[in-house]
Design a protein around this ligand. Structure first.
Ligand code: FB9
Length: 508
């Protein structure tokens, strides 16, 4: 039956009362899906309206279909064993995998077959014949739609344990007259044409309704912001709202001098060797550095000053000139603080969020690069208390109001503290960063006044993003192995709205 005829037949049937879509397909000898397609298009023009009805029925799996004819695997196993028995190997060789494994096991359970131990294990019949192939009978019952006659536990075993019966679910529809029902669909003009204007036929035409249902239009493809950048934007807004200025971080390549020496990190410090740091082959060495400042840093490393003994070793310019991929954005802080001191000190609050590189082993939470978030405040007579206060301010805006501080060591801050926060959603204490007060050995060579202290802290962008988006493995968040799809549909995530994270997690 062609589409037009089928449409006519369905409208005629509906005119005589509600129609079961499946029964109509049956009687019209067409596929149910075709009827559903037609029904939906008639529904779009309101000729009919449909009500979905969920249906489900037990059905045999394709494997079970074969047992209907050939008998159950256990019956086949029995049949494959000659009356005098045979070797297990011969038996297995003769039958299919399913019969050889499931069938054999089942036949043993039914005490139809038994194993013969020995050098060469054998199989023997335990009964002369199979009285009744229960499994096959049960499958026939299901196939005949008489599963209700079986014991529930037997049916359950066929569905769950032997996976020979499955629950098919599908939708059928009750099709009824729509608001503008008619026995024939009048071709509704979709557009107003010049001819219609000329012959005034537009006056009594009913135009096809615009089908504005969601999903009709193809989702316009466009750029999507990576989750990391969404969280970065929120960190930026948090800092800007707290009156911080962003430091320029547009130089991944840094000299050892700014990345390490200005932070009074001695040149033999393990973090400075190739196991932790990526050294540039070209350009291998930096060409410019503020010579007067370099001299003061050299002195501080070698003999100290301002009450410090320094690191008491021979400082090498060549080591300082080595170009590397910066290991932290604290290198940028050093540049900005040096500039602040040189330009004439005034209280300042800086922040940076950008990539840093560490030659570390890659694992679930670490890649060779991550985004460091850093905050720096410098003012006269700042104390550790000020740092703790600021950290409370900062993390409270990320939804973490309970903080704990653990004394730590960084080569360039003294005292230093690891920061831990109680994460309401994870319901546990999480290490959320590190912090400290930059050493005078770092500040004084820059030309900072004696009474100026600089407090700073750092964390990553990846950890909060992984927690917010419920991402367990950092490779799924960033890098060549991540799914682009996840960028397309990552929800907007508001830091600080922990409960929102819960919903995001739940939806993922
Ligand atoms: O980000 C980290 N944890 C974190 C941060 C936020 C967060 O938010 C929740 C969702 C709301 C959850 C977790 N960490 C720092 C802690 C750990 O993950 C740590 O194992 C890994 N750290 C990185 C370094 O790994 C080698 C995170 C990274 C880090 C650590 C220290 C600094 C910066 C980044 C620093 C510093 C510093 C110290 C003093 C002065 C200036 C900078």
């Amino acid at each position: 039956m062609d589409d037009a005829a089928l449409e006519k037949a369905l409208l005629l049937a509906v005119s005589q009362g509600d129609v079961q879509s499946e029964a109509f397909a049956e009687t019209s000898g067409v596929d149910h899906k075709k009827v559903i397609g037609l029904m939906k298009s008639l529904e779009a023009s309101a000729l009919v309206r449909s009500t979905a009805v969920d249906r489900s029925a037990l059905a045999l799996t394709p494997e079970a279909e074969t047992y209907l004819v050939e008998g159950s695997p256990e019956a086949q196993a029995f049949a494959a064993v000659p009356a005098e028995g045979c070797s297990l190997a011969a038996f297995k060789a003769k039958v299919s995998k399913a019969v050889g494994e499931v069938g054999f096991k089942q036949a043993m359970q039914s005490k139809w077959l038994g194993m013969v131990k020995g050098a060469e294990p054998g199989v023997e019949r335990k009964v002369a014949a199979v009285a009744e192939d229960t499994c096959q009978l049960q499958l026939q019952l299901v196939a005949a739609g008489r599963a209700s006659e079986m014991a529930a536990k037997d049916l359950d075993a066929l569905v769950k344990k032997r996976k020979l019966v499955k629950q098919d679910t599908w939708k059928t529809y009750v099709v009824a007259r729509g608001a503008s029902f008619a026995l024939e669909r009048k071709k509704q003009p979709a557009d107003l044409t010049r001819e219609m204007l000329q012959d005034k036929s537009w006056r009594d035409a009913t135009f096809k309704a615009y089908n504005l249902v969601p999903g009709a239009g193809a989702m316009p493809s466009g750029g999507h912001v990576h989750a990391l950048l969404k969280v970065r934007q929120q960190f930026r807004e948090t800092f800007l709202q707290l009156g911080f200025a962003e430091m320029p971080t547009n130089n991944f390549v840094e000299s050892g001098f700014w990345n390490f020496d200005t932070l009074i990190q001695p040149q033999m410090h393990p973090a400075r060797d190739a196991h932790d740091t990526f050294f540039m082959k070209t350009p291998a060495a930096a060409t410019r550095a503020p010579e007067d400042y370099v001299a003061r840093v050299k002195t501080m490393h070698e003999v100290g000053g301002h009450g410090s003994i320094g690191h008491q070793y021979a400082w090498k310019r060549a080591e300082a000139d080595k170009n590397i991929l910066r290991t932290h954005t604290t290198a940028v802080s050093a540049r900005c603080l040096h500039k602040l001191a040189q330009d004439g000190f005034r209280p300042a609050k800086y922040f940076s969020i950008d990539r840093v590189f560490r030659n570390e082993a890659v694992d679930r939470t670490h890649l060779a690069e991550f985004h460091q978030v850093e905050g720096v405040i410098c003012d006269r007579n700042l104390t550790l208390g000020d740092l703790i206060g600021v950290l409370h301010q900062f993390f409270a805006r990320l939804g973490m109001t309970q903080l704990r501080f653990k004394p730590a060591f960084n080569p360039y801050t003294e005292p230093s503290m690891e920061i831990f926060a109680y994460h309401p959603m994870l319901k546990k204490w999480v290490e959320v960063g590190n912090s400290g007060m930059f050493r005078p050995e770092m500040m004084l060579p820059m030309g900072m006044p004696e009474d100026v202290n600089v407090i700073a802290w750092g964390l990553s962008l990846e950890r909060p993003t992984m927690i917010m988006y419920g991402i367990d493995n950092i490779r799924d968040l960033f890098g060549s192995k991540m799914q682009l799809g996840s960028v397309k549909n990552n929800p907007f995530c508001r830091l600080g709205l922990i409960e929102q994270a819960e919903t995001v997690q739940a939806t993922q």
